[in-house]
Design a protein around this ligand. Structure first.
Ligand code: FES
Length: 92
């Protein structure tokens, strides 16, 4: 009989690392579009970079969140994208 059941990570498995760059209003006003572009220009294949909705820290934008580590970066400048990507590429 067919099933709709989906696999889920077993205890100890980690979902793949992903970088979220907020693209909501407040972060956009602070330059998050350029930050997202910088991350995408220095993209590493194993680490997806995604423009996200509001991450809930609007006064500190542009906000960047690294998952599943839940490491936050605030007031990120486009020129910092390379350093942040390299840090996580080494660590992934
Ligand atoms: S608008 Fe970016 S964290 Fe809310």
């Amino acid at each position: 009989m067919p099933t709709d059941a989906k696999p889920f990570p077993l205890k100890g498995d980690r979902p793949p690392r992903t970088i979220l760059v907020c693209q909501n209003k407040a972060c956009r006003k602070s330059g998050s579009k350029a930050v997202l572009t910088a991350f995408q220009n220095h993209k590493i294949p194993e680490i997806p970079v995604i423009g996200s909705g509001c991450l809930g820290h609007c006064g500190n934008g542009p906000m960047v969140l690294v998952l599943p580590d839940e490491i936050w970066y605030r007031r990120v400048r486009a020129e910092e994208a390379i350093e942040i990507m390299n840090r996580w590429a080494i660590d992934s």
